[in-house]
Design a protein around this ligand. Structure first.
Ligand code: MG
Length: 282
């Protein structure tokens, strides 16, 4: 199933499930509330009585978590290599995932224009990523049980201000600017994805492919990420974990290619679809 959050012309924002060319409403007030229900409780909420043509709605970010988005740095070997090369560092792979976070205020909707600020950064960059949406409050999850706490998957673009990422040492600031976390267009349920490590992942800038890899190339796979993150730390239903980006990002290209006003970005993930956003830089 494909879960969305959508807005209608009257300004109402509601969750729903895609049915062909329409969206069927879910009776919780937000998708976050729905995700937090126990799996056996979710069934009853599918009987929403309103079916609205997709053409009549605007999709919002499928989920807006209450706290920071969890992210993983350097989780594809070729991206770790290009990053080391571009910043003149020696490649050193960590034994555990490099976690960082993005502020929830950075979240942006699919198809939204992202308003970035030229006086804040000159080096806005893109990162195509598969994101996991956690489906239950959990802690101390074992790798073998990780599948049980996953609600679904979506596409994510970890838009990054490279100059701020470098200057502040800790990545938080350069990763958390407004509109730097587009997500969507929907959350695909875990059962429909099957193996999350058998997916093609690509990024196109103005229609030209810049990144193309397989989620099988992740250094730390999703069960390991959930096990490490939930060690001694509670995860909440609706938490989002962005699993890292493959090679081909702008700053590591020769010459570097940073985002420009009017650029169109597309994150394309097999079995999920395309997360598309236009850039406005003023
Ligand atoms: Mg990233």
């Amino acid at each position: 199933m494909r879960f969305v959050t959508f807005r209608t012309a009257d300004g109402r924002v509601r969750p729903g499930v895609i049915e062909g060319d329409a969206v069927r409403t879910i009776s919780t007030s937000t998708l976050l509330e729905y995700i937090a229900l126990a799996p056996h409780e979710r069934v009853a909420w599918h009987s929403g009585d309103e079916v609205i043509p997709l053409a009549n709605v605007t999709l919002d970010a499928p989920v807006r978590p209450l706290r920071n988005i969890f992210c993983v740095g350097r989780n594809y070997l070729e991206h770790a290599k290009e990053g080391a090369r571009a910043s003149g560092r020696e490649l050193k792979l960590p034994d555990v995932p490099t976690f960082f976070t993005k502020a929830p205020t950075a979240i942006a909707a699919p198809d939204a224009t992202l308003h970035l600020e030229a006086n804040v950064s000159n080096e806005h960059d893109f990162e195509a990523e598969l994101a996991v949406v956690i489906g239950a409050r959990c802690k101390g999850v074992k790798e073998a049980d990780a599948h049980a706490v996953i609600f679904g998957y979506t596409a994510f673009n970890d838009v990054t201000a490279r100059d701020l990422q470098r200057a502040h040492v800790q990545w938080f600031k350069g990763k958390s600017l407004d509109d730097s976390a587009p997500i969507g267009p929907w959350i695909v349920s875990a059962d429909e994805i099957g193996d999350p490590h058998a997916l093609d992942i690509a990024f196109r800038l103005n229609g030209v492919e810049k990144q193309h890899s397989k989620t099988s190339n992740m250094i730390f796979r999703i069960p390991r990420l959930i096990a490490e993150l939930s060690k001694g730390m509670t995860l909440e239903a609706g938490d989002v974990i962005a699993t890292g980006t493959p090679e081909g990002v702008g700053f590591a290209r020769t010459p570097p290619e940073f985002l420009r006003d009017g650029d169109v970005m597309e994150v394309d993930i097999e079995k999920i679809g395309v997360l598309k956003n236009r850039i406005s830089i003023a």
